[in-house]
Write a protein that binds this ligand. Sequence first.
Ligand code: RP5
Length: 153
Amino acid sequence: MGSQSDWPTLKEAAAVLDELGISWKANIVSAHRTPDRLYGYGKTAVDRGLKVIIAGAGGAAHLPGMMASKTRLPVIGVPVQTKALSGVDSLYSIVQMPKGYPVATMAIGAAGAANAGLMAAAILALSDAALAQRLQAWRDALTASIPDEPQDD
Ligand code: RP5
């Protein structure tokens, strides 16, 4: 993520990864404030054994796209909600990548972060049968939790 202030949003992805038994590591890697750290992170990602990168940032959110330019690993972008423009700025900064360096862009905010965790799980499940079963069970449980009819409070 681009800042400590993004962590409350990106925590939603971490929570989903925990639920599915997927190991993760979170780092602050700002495109603007720590560009050399970002380059190093992307350049070494494959050799360090990372499989999928979830990149969340807000405002002029260049982090996911720059990360995608430095690694062939799948990069999932999370637009963090901002005060000034409600995260539309983040979304537009992340989603509109030029041909060649895709970022799989999620929804703005907490739902997008949780979905980033689920998308990462779906990618990893392609080569991990046990994880595929856990992901299917997670989806089935969500479906089963939805009532047929609304309830009064
Ligand atoms: C971006 O600037 C970060 O991703 C964050 O969403 C935003 C604001 O950062 P702070 O000023 O809160 O550190 O780079």
